[in-house]
Design a protein around this ligand. Structure first.
Ligand SMILES: *[C@@H]1O[C@H](CO)[C@@H](O)[C@H](O)[C@H]1NC(C)=O
Ligand SMILES: *[C@@H]1O[C@H](CO)[C@@H](O)[C@H](O)[C@H]1NC(C)=O
Ligand SMILES: *[C@@H]1O[C@H](CO)[C@@H](O)[C@H](O)[C@H]1NC(C)=O
Ligand SMILES: *[C@@H]1O[C@H](CO)[C@@H](O)[C@H](O)[C@H]1NC(C)=O
Length: 280
């Protein structure tokens, strides 16, 4: 369904990280002073839909709605559609003018839209990625950008959607993460985008840092029946779009396994285990 993915399109985060990984954040040499804290932007799942346009027939607004009606299309997009170019520009504009000093950007791909396989081709996928690359280079000529391919950056697409998501979020050296979002309804109504801080990871989930041990502890807390932290997580997963959407037992298993199991085989094993345990 397009809904889920549009919300992903707007995923922007600043990660605070301690020196490590050989990134150019730590001074070289013997006695190190107080640990430097660096920041970087993480941009992912832009999912540009070049077909997006406003028209009276709401089934024709975007190819990514796959024939369903767009709900309330405006210049910044629609929840049933992938991102129009204008939405992506607004996100980059926010990054540029946020006042946050970032040392670099990590761009974890998934730029093409979610449309039926036969509506895409290698040419379209390459054009979309080239478009995004040119756009980022021209807006951030002096920022180092580390790109990585997502499962949608191929054609035909690689069938790993749920697992690739969690893998993408795994930055073990980070000490904190700030996530920003855009209220699409509000932006379309006012004709201007007002990107806001959605949450700060350590504060929201009351964890010490983003070290693997802390994150693993958090994942275990998510798995507990009726976990309040999981409900919070699920609400943010939908970018606060509709907090009345409830994730039932079965839905929760998919989420928990996608968080804890990074490759396809262990993901499938995880699902099987939970299914047996809970007789789902
Ligand atoms: C990217 O595509 C959009 C339409 O989707 C177009 O308006 C824009 O000019 C393109 N930009 C580049 C750099 O190719
Ligand atoms: C889209 O909306 C129109 C007008 O409300 C309606 O007539 C049509 O059946 C809807 N199409 C779909 C596919 O839901
Ligand atoms: C993707 O994987 C799922 C589950 O393994 C399967 O049901 C589906 O048919 C696959 N889709 C494609 C396009 O291969
Ligand atoms: C988004 O904006 C609309 C219109 O301004 C508002 O009614 C709604 O409460 C906002 N949603 C969130 C989650 O802030």
């Amino acid at each position: 369904m397009a809904l889920l993915d549009v919300l992903f399109c707007c995923l922007l985060a600043v990660w605070h990280c301690q020196p490590g990984l050989g990134l150019p954040l730590a001074p070289a040499g013997g006695q190190s002073p107080a640990p430097a804290v660096g920041q970087f932007w993480h941009v992912t799942d832009l999912h540009l839909d070049p077909t997006y346009h406003i028209t009276d027939d709401h089934t024709k607004v975007c190819a990514s709605s796959k024939g369903t009606n767009a709900s309330n299309p405006g210049p910044f997009g629609d929840v049933m559609c992938d991102s129009p170019y204008y939405l992506i520009l607004s996100a980059f504009d926010f990054i540029k003018n946020s006042g946050q000093e970032a040392s670099f950007m990590i761009w974890t791909g998934d730029s093409p839209p979610h449309v039926p396989v036969h509506e895409l081709s290698t040419d379209i996928v390459i054009n979309v990625i080239a478009n995004m690359t040119t756009t980022i280079r021209s807006l951030f000529p002096n920022l180092q950008v580390f790109p990585a391919l997502g499962n949608h950056d191929y054609w035909p697409q690689v069938n790993l959607t749920s697992t690739s998501r969690s893998a993408k979020r795994n930055f073990p050296i980070s000490s904190d993460m700030l996530q920003y979002y855009l209220n699409l309804t509000d932006a379309n109504l006012k004709g201007e985008s007002n990107w806001k801080l959605e949450y700060i990871l350590t504060q929201t989930y009351d964890i010490e840092d983003l070290q693997p041990k802390s994150l693993y502890g958090l994942a275990k807390q998510f798995a507990i029946l009726d976990s309040k932290k999981f409900i919070k997580y699920y609400n943010y997963f939908f970018v606060s779009y509709d907090s009345s959407v409830i994730c039932n037992e079965k839905c929760k298993v998919f989420q928990i396994c996608a968080i804890t199991s990074l490759d396809h085989n262990s993901y499938v094993d995880c699902l099987k285990q939970y299914y047996m345990k809970h007789h789902l």
